[in-house]
Design a protein around this ligand. Structure first.
Ligand code: AMP
Length: 216
């Protein structure tokens, strides 16, 4: 079992990069945000617990997150390679992940930190559009679909996430600074953190990550 992490503020491009990297690396993309949105849509117990936190741009309580990640990892085999996006977001979650990896005789091997200025993060988030059907991510200026409002890959309808609205975005960036940024030091101390400039074209970031993964 192996695990790598894409770390970075909302809007840094974690989901976009994960989509590009997974196709060429064999890593399984695990996004807790996507899992929670699916749970909210299906109105499961987890979804009902998570909804109000997500809409306010706050973190969903650790025990809920830990529950869904444990369940997801229990489905994977011994050889599974996980690429986490949006997880862990607190020290408690990071410690839990370390414990699960240790139980499996492995460890988190790499953490890629996607760094970008606040202006870039806000512009990326406010222009972001998502396919209601397949979850593909677009941006009105940077990654426009061929036909406005329609997904290129499946024809689904594109929408703006409620928590991508301007008032919630600023809170999400604050929450990142207060609760998630501490993970940078946590992983740096383990010498597994690699900093990447997230303002570069996504293909450059993808190539750099693939190169690092091919060496390890
Ligand atoms: P994301 O799609 O990663 O931006 O996540 C959207 C929202 O889901 C976040 O603003 C949180 O409310 C919630 N969320 C996703 N992942 C986590 C996590 N690891 N810990 C706590 N809350 C999370």
């Amino acid at each position: 079992m192996d695990a790598i992490i894409l770390l970075g503020a909302p809007g840094a491009g974690k989901g976009t990069i994960a989509d590009l990297v997974k196709e060429k690396s064999g890593y399984l993309h695990v996004s807790t945000g996507d899992m929670l949105r699916a749970a909210v849509k299906a109105q499961t117990a987890v979804g009902l617990k998570a909804k109000s936190f997500m809409e306010a741009g706050e973190l969903v309580p650790d025990e809920v997150i830990i529950g869904i990640v444990r369940e997801r990892m229990a489905q994977g085999g011994q050889d599974e390679k996980y690429m986490f996006d949006g997880f862990p977001r607190t020290l408690e979650q990071a410690r839990l992940l370390d414990a699960v990896m240790e139980e499996a005789g492995s460890r988190v091997s790499r953490v890629f930190l996607l760094e970008a200025s606040k202006e870039l993060l806000v512009s990326r988030i406010s222009g972001r559009r998502i396919c209601r059907n397949c979850g593909a991510v677009y941006h009105v200026q940077n990654i426009p679909p061929q036909v406005e409002g329609v997904c290129d890959s499946c024809g689904g309808e594109l929408y703006q996430r409620k928590d991508d609205s301007e008032e919630t975005v600023l809170n999400r960036l604050e929450v990142y600074k207060k609760q998630t940024a501490a993970l940078i030091d946590y992983y740096d101390a383990k010498s597994i953190l690699l900093r990447l400039d997230a303002s570069q074209p996504k293909e450059v970031t993808q190539a750099r990550i693939l190169e690092v993964l091919s060496r390890s």
